[in-house]
Design a protein around this ligand. Structure first.
Ligand SMILES: Nc1ncnc2c1ncn2[C@@H]1O[C@H](COP(=O)(O)OP(=O)(O)OP(=O)(O)O)[C@@H](O)[C@H]1O
Length: 772
C-alpha cells in the first residue's frame, strides 16, 4: 500500500486509473488511424489525372498520409510508458509519439519533446520541477504494472521509501528473455544515455563505452531524436547508420521503425558502394593492408599509371598518311589534363582535345596546307576522332576506367603493382595480387577511393562500352571449343566486374525517377548514389573501421555531423582503431567531443567479473563497465567433447543460445552442433542479411567473433577460448567480446589449456544452478 497525498490507495486502484487513461489513448490512436486511412484513400481515388503539378501534389499528399499511417501503426506496442507529475506543467503522459484531441489538448507527449526530458534526467537531487515519475508497464493494451520514483523527497513516507523502486521497470526490461531482435528502450532510457541521445546535432560526438552499456541502442534512439528535432534538414539529406555486419543490421533493424522512423539507411562498409556486393572474406593480413592509409597513395598512383606516356613514339596510318604521336605531344596533352584538376574520366576530354589538335596540325602540315584557322582545325579534329586507329590509340593512352576495372587491373598485374605500390614492400605487394574473383569488404573503400579519382563516365560512353563488352562476349562464344568455357567465364566476369550491370541498374533507377514510378524515399535514393552527402552519419562498432574505410565514410558526411559509437577495448580488426584521436584528428582535430557510458545493462555481475580479467590482459589500464544485475549464476567450464550435450541442455533452459568459436573451428563445430540440435544455424563469414535473420531466429547460432559483434543471447558457450585469444594479434579483445555476449548464462568448452584469466573456472557439473 502506498500513502500518497494523505490518501490511502492500493496499487490496484492506481493501475485501474492508469488503465482508463491508456484505453483512452488507444481509442484516440484507432481514431487517428481510421481518419488517416480515409484521407489516404481519398487522395489515391482522385486518380492520376490532371496536370503534372496536380499529380505531383497528389503524390506528395499520398506520401504524407502513408508515412503518417505507418507511424501510427508502428507505435502500437508500448504507446504510453510514463507519467510525470510536474509542478508547473501538471500531469504529463509520455509515449512513443505526440497525441492531441480534437481541441488540440495534449493527451500524450512524444518522448523526444523537450518537456519529456525530465522523465529521463530528473533525480531527487535535481528534480527539474518533477515530483513524481511513473513508469507504466503494458502488455498489449493492458496496464500490468505501475512503478513510481518520488523525486520530491519531502513527500516520501516511510512506506514509500520501503516499497518504491525506480529501477523496477529497468530491471524487468533487462531480465526479459531475448527475442533475437533488439527492442526500443524508450521507457527506460537512463540519464547518462539521455545526454548522448539529446546531444547537439552538429559536430562529431564519440560515444565510448564497454560492452552492454547500450551504445547501439542509444545510437538508434539518437537517430530517432535527431530526426524528430531536426526533421526538415535530416529528412532531406538522410541519416546513415553503419554497422559491423549484416547479421547485426538484421538484429537492430526493427528499433527505428518501432519508434515510427522508417527512412534511415542501415548499411555495412561492405555495402557502401552501390552495385557491389562484398561477399568474399579477406585474409586478416590482406584486410589490414587494404585498410592501411598508404593505400590512398597506391590508388592515386594506379590512376596515374593509366595516364603514362609510352617511351616510343606511336605511328598511325590515317588514309595515305602516317601520323606520329611523339613524347612532346603527349607530355603537353597530359599536362593540360592535369592542370584541369578534373578526375581522370573527365580530364580525358582535355587530353583528347589537345592530342587531336596536335595531330590535326601535323596532318595539315603533311598535306601541305599552310596556316589553318580554328574552324579547319575543329573539322580535322572531328574527322580524326572517328578514325578507328586514332580511337584505339586514345583508348590505350587514356582509357575510360571504372573503379572496378582499375582495381582488378592493379591486382592482376605484377607490373602495375610494382609501379603503383612502390611504397609497399615486395611482400605486401604479393598480398595484393589476385586474378578476378569476388569483392571483399576491404575492397569497397578502395573502389570508393578510385571512384573519387576517376569521376563518372559519360552515359553515352558507358553505353558504347557496354556494347563493346557484349562484343567481347560474343567473340568468346565463337572461340575454339577447348577455350570456350574459360573465355566465356572470363568475359562474363569482365561484364560483371566492370560494373556495367550497375550502370543498367542506375538507368532503371533514373527512369523510375523520371517516369512517375514508385516514389523513392530519401534512404533509397541515397543508397543508390555513391556521392550522396548525408545530414548525419552514425557509425556503430566504429573501432573496427580501417583508415581507408574512414575516408569513405567521411566523404559521405562533409558537414561532419556524426555520432561515432564504439569501444577501443573491443577492436578485433588488425586495421581497426587504437584510439579515437588517431581516427579523428586527421579530419576534425580538436573539434570532436566524447561521452562515456559506464553501466553494463547486458552482462550480469558474475559473468562480467570473468570478462574483466580478460580485459586486463588486453590492457591493464582499461576498465570494464559495472553491471547492474546480479543473477547468482556463475560461469562454468567443460570439456570440448561435451559441447553437443551442453548445447542441448542450454536449449532446454530456454532462450536464445549462441556458440562462439575460433574461426578455424567454425566448420567442424558448426557441423557437430547442427547434428545435435535441429534448427541450428551456422553463420559463415560474409553471409547475407537473410542468413543473419535465420541465425537470430534460430534456437542456436554458431559463429565466429566477428559475426557475434554487437549481438547478445540468453546463453553463450565459448569454444576453445585459447584459440580465440591467439587467432590474431587482437585475439584477447576478441575473447573479451565473446565473453560479453550473454545476458544470463555463460560457459566455456575446451580441450587446450584455458588462457590464464579463465583458469580455475568451476566445471559445469559443480555449479549448482547449472547442473547437467
Ligand atoms: N536504458 C536501458 N533500458 C533497457 N535496456 C537497456 C538500456 N540500455 C541498454 N539496454 C539493453 O542492454 C543491452 C546492451 O545494449 P547494446 O547492445 O546497445 O550495448 P553496446 O554498448 O552496443 O554493447 P556492445 O559494445 O557489446 O555491442 C541491449 O539489450 C539493450 O537493449
Amino acid at each position: 500500500m502506498n500513502h500518497i497525498n494523505g490518501q490511502t490507495v492500493t496499487r490496484q486502484t492506481e493501475r485501474t486509473r492508469e488503465q482508463a487513461y491508456v484505453t483512452r489513448l488507444y481509442d484516440r490512436l484507432d481514431e487517428l488511424r481510421e481518419r488517416t486511412q480515409r484521407q489516404l484513400k481519398e487522395v489515391l481515388a482522385s486518380g492520376a489525372v490532371g496536370t503534372m503539378q496536380n499529380r505531383s501534389e497528389r503524390d506528395t499528399f499520398a506520401e504524407m498520409y502513408a508515412l503518417r499511417l505507418a507511424r501510427l501503426w508502428a507505435v502500437e506496442r508500448g504507446l504510453a510508458f510514463g507519467r510525470l507529475d510536474h509542478v508547473e506543467e501538471g500531469r504529463l503522459y509520455i509515449g512513443k509519439l505526440g497525441v492531441t484531441d480534437d481541441d488540440q489538448r495534449r493527451l500524450l507527449i512524444d518522448w523526444r519533446a523537450p518537456v519529456a526530458q525530465p522523465f529521463y534526467r530528473a533525480t531527487p537531487a535535481a528534480p527539474m520541477g518533477v515530483t513524481r515519475r511513473r513508469h507504466l508497464q503494458t502488455k498489449g493494451r493492458t496496464v500490468v504494472g505501475v512503478d513510481d520514483d518520488l523525486l520530491d523527497l519531502d513527500s516520501l513516507t516511510d512506506d514509500d521509501r520501503a516499497t518504491l523502486n525506480g529501477e523496477a521497470a529497468l530491471l524487468a526490461a533487462l531480465d526479459e528473455r531475448r527475442t533475437g531482435r533488439m527492442r526500443d528502450i524508450v521507457a527506460t532510457i537512463q540519464s547518462e544515455q539521455d545526454r548522448v541521445i539529446r546531444g547537439d546535432l552538429n559536430g562529431v560526438l564519440v560515444v565510448q563505452g564497454g560492452p552492454g552499456t547500450g551504445k547501439t541502442v542509444v545510437a538508434l534512439h539518437r537517430a530517432a531524436y535527431l530526426l524528430y528535432t531536426h526533421r526538415e534538414r535530416l529528412e532531406r539529406r538522410g541519416v546513415l547508420i553503419l554497422g559491423p555486419n549484416l547479421t547485426f543490421l538484421r538484429y537492430i533493424e526493427q528499433v527505428l521503425p518501432s519508434l515510427g522512423e522508417n527512412d534511415v539507411l542501415l548499411s555495412t562498409v561492405g555495402e557502401l558502394y552501390p552495385g557491389v556486393t562484398a561477399t568474399a572474406r579477406e585474409r586478416p593480413e590482406v584486410a589490414a593492408l587494404k585498410g592501411d592509409a598508404r593505400m590512398a597513395t597506391v590508388i592515386a598512383k594506379a590512376v596515374r599509371d593509366r595516364q603514362r606516356v609510352p617511351r616510343k613514339p606511336i605511328e598511325l596510318t590515317v588514309g595515305r598518311l602516317t601520323l606520329t604521336i611523339d613524347r612532346a605531344m603527349l607530355d603537353a596533352a597530359r599536362n593540360k589534363a592535369a592542370r584541369s584538376r578534373r578526375p581522370h574520366n573527365q580530364a580525358r576530354a582535355v587530353f583528347v582535345r589537345s592530342l587531336l589538335n596536335a595531330l590535326a596540325r601535323q596532318q595539315a602540315r603533311k598535306i601541305g596546307k599552310g596556316l589553318i584557322d580554328e574552324d579547319d582545325l575543329a573539322d580535322m579534329r572531328e574527322e580524326l576522332r572517328t578514325e578507328p586507329v586514332v580511337k584505339s590509340a586514345l583508348n590505350r593512352l587514356w582509357p575510360y576506367l571504372t573503379p572496378q576495372r582499375l582495381l582488378l587491373g592493379l591486382y592482376g598485374s605484377p607490373e602495375r603493382l610494382e609501379y603503383a605500390a612502390s611504397s609497399l614492400t615486395p611482400g605486401e605487394r604479393a598480398l595484393l595480387r589476385r586474378d578476378g574473383g569476388t569483392w571483399t569488404e576491404p575492397d569497397v573503400p578502395l573502389l570508393d577511393e578510385a571512384a573519387e579519382l576517376l569521376g563518372d563516365i559519360d552515359e553515352q560512353v558507358l553505353r558504347a562500352s557496354a556494347m563493346q563488352a557484349e562484343e567481347e562476349l560474343a567473340a568468346a562464344r565463337q572461340a575454339e571449343e577447348s577455350e570456350r568455357e574459360a573465355e566465356l567465364a572470363y568475359a562474363r566476369e569482365v561484364l560483371e566486374l566492370t560494373g556495367l550491370s550497375d550502370v543498367m541498374e542506375a538507368e532503371r533507377l533514373a527512369e523510375r525517377q523520371r517516369g512517375g514510378g514508385p516514389h523513392l524515399t530519401t534512404a533509397e535514393r541515397a543508397a543508390a548514389d555513391r556521392t550522396w552527402a548525408y545530414g548525419h552519419v552514425i557509425v556503430d562498432e566504429a573501432q573496427e573501421l580501417s583508415p581507408m574505410a574512414w575516408r569513405a565514410v567521411m566523404r559521405r558526411c562533409p558537414t561532419r555531423s556524426m555520432t561515432i559509437v564504439g569501444d577501443i577495448a573491443q577492436t578485433g580488426s588488425a586495421a581497426g582503431a587504437r584510439s579515437w584521436a588517431e581516427v579523428l584528428d586527421p579530419y576534425v582535430a580538436g573539434r570532436w567531443r566524447q561521452e562515456r557510458l559506464s553501466v553494463n545493462y547486458r552482462t550480469p555481475v558474475e559473468l562480467m567479473a570473468l570478462a574483466a580479467r580478460v580485459l586486463a590482459t588486453v590492457d591493464p589500464a582499461l576498465e570494464a563497465p559495472a553491471s547492474v544485475r546480479e543473477l547468482g549464476v556463475q560461469p562454468w567450464s567443460a570439456p570440448l567433447a561435451a559441447l553437443a550435450e551442453l548445447v542441448r541442455a542450454e536449449v532446454g533452459e530456454g532462450g536464445k543460445v549462441a556458440v562462439v568459436v575460433p574461426d578455424r573451428l567454425l566448420g567442424p563445430l558448426g557441423d557437430e552442433v547442427s547434428a545435435a540440435v535441429a534448427g541450428t544455424v551456422v553463420v559463415t563469414p560474409g553471409a547475407g542479411r537473410a542468413k543473419g535473420a535465420e541465425a537470430l531466429d534460430a534456437p542456436v547460432a554458431v559463429m565466429g567473433v566477428t559475426d557475434a559483434k554487437g549481438l547478445e543471447f540468453d546463453s553463450v558457450i565459448v569454444a576453445e577460448p585459447d584459440l580465440i585469444a591467439s587467432q590474431s594479434p587482437r585475439g584477447p579483445s576478441d575473447l573479451y567480446v565473446a565473453l560479453t555476449r550473454a545476458t544470463q548464462r555463460l560457459g566455456v568448452v575446451h580441450e587446450r589449456p584455458l588462457p590464464e584469466p579463465l583458469r580455475g573456472l568451476p566445471s559445469r557439473s559443480q555449479t549448482p544452478a547449472n547442473g547437467l
